[in-house]
Design a protein around this ligand. Structure first.
Ligand SMILES: [Zn+2]
Length: 130
């Protein structure tokens, strides 16, 4: 048997986020518990002092559980299309590469550049490509 003592794999500011993480872990076969959730609702300041709502798994499962939660986080960011720098959903697409292809098609006879979207965050100005 490996080490089954509970260790923290994630902390959340909101109990519902911890519940979602726990549900996802259990769906993948992990044993996971949420700690401090009851403290969170009636006593928010006390709860913040404790460091948020914690999700615990047996120590031997912790590395895999952390990897799964990191994967879930990446998936959610990709779905929501938020700024990778600050997390803002206020982003705008720019189609610079499409335009470049039309210009080169008109001038040298074949398109250069691929039709990849470039994204720009309206809040922090961060720019990135798909
Ligand atoms: Zn941003």
């Amino acid at each position: 048997m490996g080490d089954r003592s509970p260790v923290e794999v994630a902390t959340f500011l909101h109990p519902f986020e911890a519940d979602l993480a726990q549900a996802r872990l259990e769906a993948e076969g992990f044993v996971a518990v949420v700690a401090d959730a009851r403290t969170a609702l009636p006593f928010p300041l006390h709860f913040l002092a404790l460091g948020g709502v914690r999700v615990l798994v047996p120590a031997e499962d912790a590395p895999e559980a952390r990897a799964l939660l990191a994967q879930v986080k990446r998936e959610r960011q990709a779905e929501a299309r938020v700024c990778p720098a600050c997390g803002s959903p206020r982003i705008a697409a720019r189609r610079l590469f499409v335009r470049l292809a039309w210009v080169t098609l008109a001038t040298i006879g074949f398109p250069v550049g691929r039709a990849r979207a470039q994204w720009r965050c309206r809040d922090c100005g961060h720019a990135w490509r798909d």
